[in-house]
Design a protein around this ligand. Structure first.
Ligand SMILES: N[C@@H](CCC(=O)N[C@@H](CS)C(=O)NCC(=O)O)C(=O)O
Length: 200
């Protein structure tokens, strides 16, 4: 079996969730990054739908970011232990996708769409995460141990910070404290210090 490899563009985008899962689990992996203009034909040929991220480990070939993350979350014990745990964790993961997708459409949808995103979507999602963190003791968004939901939420906050969107979390101390604590988890801290710096 070869080293786990993530094939993706040189951005956080849809690939950082997988990188964070592997980093948290302390799995050595190849972070195969390339420019948009230099998407290697041999990587495209491996993908299931022509797009990246794509994950390979010599035994498994898998495309679609959420499927890759779900596979790794299960493999490394980060997907709870009951059907309800899995559904709750997925629910938090999808809420982070709602923010990303909302942001993407708002940025391309003009001033009114952007204002609606900042005034409605952001407070609705951030206040839900804030309440869930407070109700659950602050260290985990769901359950009492680290899960994919924590890594997904951390990755989302981390990404928004890296593009200068700290303002979204003003007035949400539990989210800020969660981000701080997660950044100090040893394997995550090690990854954050050594990862390639990207602006998106
Ligand atoms: N639903 C897919 C979407 C993948 C996707 O949109 N990939 C883009 C980059 S973020 C891509 O490969 N674009 C290059 C292309 O389509 O040729 C996922 O989450 O993995």
């Amino acid at each position: 079996m070869s080293l786990p490899t993530l094939h993706y563009f040189d951005i956080k985008g849809r690939g950082e969730g997988t990188r964070l899962l592997l980093a948290y689990a302390d799995v050595e992996f190849v972070d195969n990054r390339f420019e948009f203009a230099a998407y290697p034909a041999e990587v495209r040929a491996k993908t299931m739908f022509g797009q990246v991220p794509h994950y390979s480990d010599g035994e498994v070939e898998l495309s679609q970011s959420v499927a890759i993350e779900m596979y790794l979350a299960k493999k490394y014990g980060l997907y709870g232990s009951t059907p309800l745990d899995e559904a709750m964790i997925m629910s938090y993961i999808m809420s982070t996708h709602d923010l990303f997708i909302g942001f993407f459409f708002a940025k391309n949808g003009g001033a009114e769409a952007l204002a609606k995103f900042y005034n409605e979507t952001v407070p609705r999602l951030v206040s839900s995460w804030e309440k869930a963190l407070i109700a659950n003791g602050g260290s985990h968004i769901y359950g009492k141990t680290m899960t994919w939901a924590d890594l997904g939420l951390f990755g989302t906050i981390d990404y928004l910070f890296s593009i200068g969107e700290q303002k979204m979390f003003e007035g949400s101390p539990a989210c800020l404290e969660f981000h701080r604590q997660m950044s100090e988890v040893p394997t995550i801290s090690k990854y954050l210090k050594t990862r390639k710096v990207t602006t998106r």
